[in-house]
Write a protein that binds this ligand. Sequence first.
Ligand code: FES
Length: 445
Amino acid sequence: MSKITFLPDNKICEAPDNLTILEVAKRNKIPHVAACGGEGKCTTCRLLILEGIENCSNETEIEKALIDRAHTTTGFRLACQTSINGDITARRLVLDSDDIQHMSFDRQGESKKIAIIFSDIRGFTPFSEKLTPYDVVFILNRYFKRMVGVVEKNNGHVDNYIGDGMVAIFGMNDEKNPAEYAVKAALEMIDEMDDMKPYLKTMYGKDFDIGVGVHWGEAVVGDIGAGQSKKYTAIGDSMNFASRVESANKQFKSRVLISDEVYQEVKDLLVVKDFMRTMVKGIDGRVTLHEVEQIHLRNELKQLKDNQKFEDGYNWNKCGSVDSFESNEQQVFKFNKETILIVKADDKFYGMNEKCPHMNLSLKGGGVDIREGTINCAWHNTTFCYKTGDVKTWLALSSAEKFMTKIFLKSNKQAEGVLDTDPTNIEVYPTQVIDQYVWVGIKEN
Ligand code: FES
């Protein structure tokens, strides 16, 4: 007759073919937990089969569904669903009521390949040392809101905040192509940072920058912790390595570095600026890191053909549908490095640089005067013709507003930069409507 060696009890029991492991345990007074009474409704009778997995019966449909839900890896079987036809050694995993609480339907540890982003702010201490605590929290939250938006848009989730640093994970829930989305997110984080800098400069007279590191590797993922702070997270060397990749940005004066593992996974989609070999703490020998400039997602490559065309020296890009401008008359679109504002005015569409040439602040939301054919930058009351890009009025601030600007920036030197710049036209782009979609043309270099 087949035998089961139960651990940690270290008890060997005879197992007739027609009995489940749970029934064998009960018969031999082994205190094996089965919270649902052995009906295949929980996973508390779970065992880890250490030897003889080939002697276990095939998984029942009930067992397959439960094991999938619990995200376990191979070697786990439910005692209430499994019988044996040869000897096995099995470790009981749920030993008491505390274990039941921990195990119910938690996602148990499994090894998984994930992509990890580490980001850190450069120069936040000098930036914030003269600010009030209110301002520090306000700016950090404003910054994190943008970064979290980028991560989530790219199917990742923010795992942790470490001071002004952030950890994001891609692929925890088997999302597609985590490595390429992580690189995309890292590059978009840099764009967001660049977008935020003029705002910081205007409001606080100084700004900061970020460094981002991306790694792709195995990690142990599962529900970790207890009580309210328990969360589905990842641990392991890959997480530490991602943090080292991020740190290497300081050494190379770069902003986005990816590990060679990420590079090998997505190299066909990348535009790489440089690579470097360096020592990394905890790793023997040098590792290769790559500085990336651009990535084209696999599905974007397919779409690119339909959404882009070259004509008359212009690279034409498909923007939103005509209908979408009914409710949203100003929309921003990004094409490579260009950020373009499309404004609907008088039933026509006008394209212009989204950044006001005065201080590079966002023009979106500026008041449009259809009679004058102008758009106003509300930051310092500057007006441009939205058809030609010509300046109509430049920094039309009252003397009280000028005074307040100087006071606000606290330093006259910085305020002079704001108030004494020469009028500069805004760049405009041609548009056309094709099949009810707005297209914008960017001059080819
Ligand atoms: S940023 Fe537009 S007027 Fe100053």
